[in-house]
Ligand binder design. Structure first.
Ligand SMILES: Cc1ncc(COP(=O)(O)O)c(C=O)c1O
Length: 410
């Protein structure tokens, strides 16, 4: 009997890529220097503290920590997060403003589910976090670039038509850029005037390498509006970068109506997050352990950033420009004269056993192929320096393989 052809996969899959899977796989290969993922340093993970918190959580909550739980999250954890956000922003937030999610990645997914219909418009910073692009791809959204400079005449109209704006103002992924307070305020004004939502994605807030970043856009809103929070900012937090990604604990802070709507979508997504990891997170957050740990890892990350920028200055400066980031996990390197296509360079880099992320995956259109994101948090300074040496060799090989570029070799 001839087997019948099985149904095709959904169409949106033709426009996606598996680059995140590739990076995570590289992380597990000892022979590859992976400067690709946005991963913390595993050797700094506080294993003993998490073990002790797990013991305490099970003793304190027993079977409640092992149940399906409230879709919005472990109630005590929601309350604690609300109290923290109130203290940090000076606003009034309650558990009704909090949804605990499976990392902030799930929050991005749920936001897409509740706000986007096919072909809707999103105003997003460009380049954009690739996980956000991935999570909204099934809806086939259109994008308009978020205009920080106030130079785009069509921006106000675009914002008014958009379902939401999306930004990572603290040490952005992929560029590492810290958005100034003035620009945050100007964006907030425009979002309020446009009557749309603004997703403020803030996983890197704790990685302050050269001083604090100043108030979030959520804080700016709270400072202007007294009373229970009901504003347009949908703020995303996570323990992934300040503590460990493996707990998969993130949260959304938003107007109560938005939280209820996201919870409705979450019901169909996972029925319930892990109450177990919520209970463990509660133990840690009650002692402010995440903040203490977050501060303790910063000097290590600063040393790694400096090692990367120092070695890159010696080896890559003929081809790439970059700004030293004041926080976060990434250096964004732009090819100086657009002669190096980083999609192509990536193949040469993998041959030399070093990985970065090419810019095309952060671009709405996939057309920007002239930059790369390089991570400095995952590897030791020595490994980072070795990565830069391999990258230099890869660029040399790439240039030799393309005769018209051979003049670029140092
Ligand atoms: C900008 C941004 N948002 C969200 C996430 C997802 O983080 P989480 O581990 O909390 O799902 C990341 C992870 O790298 C990120 O860089």
């Amino acid at each position: 009997m001839i087997a019948k052809q099985r149904p095709a996969y959904a169409e949106w899959l033709q426009s996606t890529n598996n680059i995140s899977q590739q990076f995570l796989a590289f992380g597990g290969r000892a022979d590859v220097v992976s400067l690709a993922g946005g991963l913390p340093a595993a050797e700094l993970y506080p294993v003993a503290a998490i073990q002790a918190a797990t013991e305490r959580a099970l003793t304190r909550h027993g079977t409640a920590a092992l149940e399906y739980g409230a879709i919005e999250g472990f109630p005590a954890l929601r309350q604690l997060i609300a109290a923290r956000v109130s203290a940090e922003t000076g606003g009034t937030f309650t558990a009704a403003n909090v949804l605990v999610t499976t990392g902030s990645m799930q929050a991005l997914d749920l936001i897409g589910k509740v706000l986007l219909d096919a072909g809707d418009l999103i105003v997003a910073q460009s380049p954009t976090y690739l996980g956000a692009l991935d999570s909204w791809r099934p809806r086939g959204p259109r994008y308009h670039k978020l205009d920080w400079e106030g130079e785009d005449a069509g921006f106000t109209t675009a914002l008014a038509q958009a379902k939401f704006g999306y930004s990572v103002p603290n040490y952005s992924n992929p560029t590492g850029v810290l958005v100034s307070q003035d620009r945050r305020a100007a964006l907030l004004d425009k979002v309020i005037a446009a009557g749309t939502w603004l997703v403020e994605d803030d996983p890197y807030q704790s990685i302050q390498l050269d001083g604090p970043p100043g108030p979030s856009i959520l804080s700016q809103y709270a400072a202007r509006h007294a009373g229970p929070y009901d504003g347009p900012v949908i703020y995303l937090g996570t323990l992934s970068k300040s503590l460990v990604p493996g707990l998969r604990v993130g949260w959304v802070i938003a107007a109560p109506g938005m939280i209820q709507t996201l919870a409705l979508a979450k019901q169909a997504s996972d029925l319930s997050s892990s109450m177990f990891t919520h209970a463990v997170a509660l133990e840690l957050l009650e002692q402010n352990f995440d903040q203490e740990h977050g501060r303790s890892i910063v000097p290590h990350y600063r040393e790694r950033r400096d090692a990367l920028c120092d070695e890159a200055s010696r080896r890559l400066a003929d081809w790439f420009d970059w700004e030293v980031p004041v926080g976060g996990m990434f250096v964004w390197m732009r090819n100086r004269d657009r002669t190096i296509d980083t999609d192509e360079l990536y193949r040469f880099a993998v041959e030399e056993k070093v990985a970065f992320v090419p810019s095309s995956v952060f671009d709405f259109t996939g057309e920007d192929r002239f930059a790369m994101r390089v991570n400095f948090t995952r590897s030791s300074p020595e490994v980072i320096r070795e990565g830069m040496r391999r990258l230099e060799r890869a660029i040399g090989n790439y240039c030799s393989a393309r005769p018209q570029l051979s003049g670029l070799r140092p």
